[in-house]
Design a protein around this ligand. Sequence first.
Ligand code: XMP
Length: 513
Amino acid sequence: MAKEMVIVLDFGGQYNQLIARRVRECNVYCEVLPYTKTLDEIKALNPKGIIFTGGPNSVYDETSPHYEKAIFELGIPILGICYGSQLMAYTLGGEVATAPVSEYGHTDVEVDTTSVLFHDVADTTVCWMSHTDYIKEVPEGFHITAHTPVCPVAAMECAEKKLYATQFHPEVMHTKEGMKMLHNFVYDVCGCVGDWKMDSFVETTIKSLREKIGDGKVLCALSGGVDSSVAAVLLSKAIGKQLTCVFVDHGLLRKNEGDEVEAVFGPDGPYELNFIRVNAQQRYYDKLKGVTEPEAKRKIIGEEFIRVFEEEAKKIGSVDFLVQGTIYPDVIESGLGKSAVIKSHHNVGGLPDVVDFKEIIEPLRMLFKDEVRKAGLELGIPEYLVYRQPFPGPGLGIRIIGEVTEEKVKIVQEADYIYREEIAKAGVDKGLGQYFAALTNMRSVGVMGDFRTYDYAIALRAVNTSDFMTAEATQLPWEVLAKVTNRIVNEVKGVNRVMYDCTGKPPATIEFE
Ligand code: XMP
């Protein structure tokens, strides 16, 4: 169990989990907690350091989040970032004001390299700014350690009290030496030794799952994807035979996928998961009949998953816990917390209001995809499973624009199969974050063998991404695209046109719905 912990206190910024993740990259355990945690609750966790996040507010807004001054007197090192820096200045008697010139994006910042925070950082370093307010006067006992031509206090500190603050965001990639700064804070200010690694996560999580579950029974929603597979194996290590994994074939899987998942996770595979496959294809097609709105489709699919799990739990009897492989981007994009809803990920925002389990356990909820993969490797899951491209829970349901029918599922399955086959043959799959075929709901006129056709258009997508929260369209070789197009129009009945999606995320998303 990791002994050291740094807390990220969440004041509503966009990058809160990213800060936590950067600290974990420094081999120090880190968790995000809401700013509503009391001082006693924070003290009880005995953190080595606390980081205040950014946030959209001004310290002067009536509704803006604040924290009691006593937190600065605990002797625990604190780093305030953006809004967090202004909050530190304001609470301790400095002055915060609207900046005459707002700064957004890359900014050259001059730093005082004698500050521990900027040890080994260049005198002038590119940082990422995003602010309208700024610190005009530092509180008593503080001095300025960085500035820009228009921001007099880009960083300040009171080394004696171990209080540090930056107006810019060290956690984002655009801050060139941000990792160094966080490393300096965690090691040289907080005095951490770095005793945390992914194996500590696995070990700690197994221990806490055992404590929570006791001798209770657990049903794990297993889709065969990376996240739920890691969650299932984690649970299996924690509670062994108390676990049952339910795999729902909702008829929206890729070609042959149901059988492939069963071969790996079923009774003939290497894992002891009490695997149950539920063939619920028709049930999903019936529910989705006539439904075209993406969020409505997601909600129906999400709800049906839960209903199937409830039915299976009843058959087993006395199942208290449902485990899902939810990861951090699922949570943030479903708009939980303060961010906007982008889409309701099936296992988060797509959940129905009433769920007949005592508790839902999501052991991977704070991890990013690449961290989940590291945890998977730690658990001994083979690389070919760990590095598989993600496949969303609602499956082809969100890769068929508009109404889902069995016929459309067949079309997109065949097209996708050809696409994946050709990508693999050409050896261009390495480094691709995700690639798939989707069925646009568009039909257009074509000509085949002297006959007019009026058929569907398939869209091909391939993206490069590591965090799945942003992505860029991959420049696939034209020969590969031409080959795939040729095969799809020749081999898949009902398709006479193929398009390639050149859009990044943002402004698009990776999936189509
Ligand atoms: P988007 O389309 O939001 O997708 O850019 C980001 C990543 O999340 C996956 N995704 C989902 N995964 N349940 C999941 O388990 C969902 O409801 C869901 N929606 C999107 C998507 O495949 C991509 O990897």
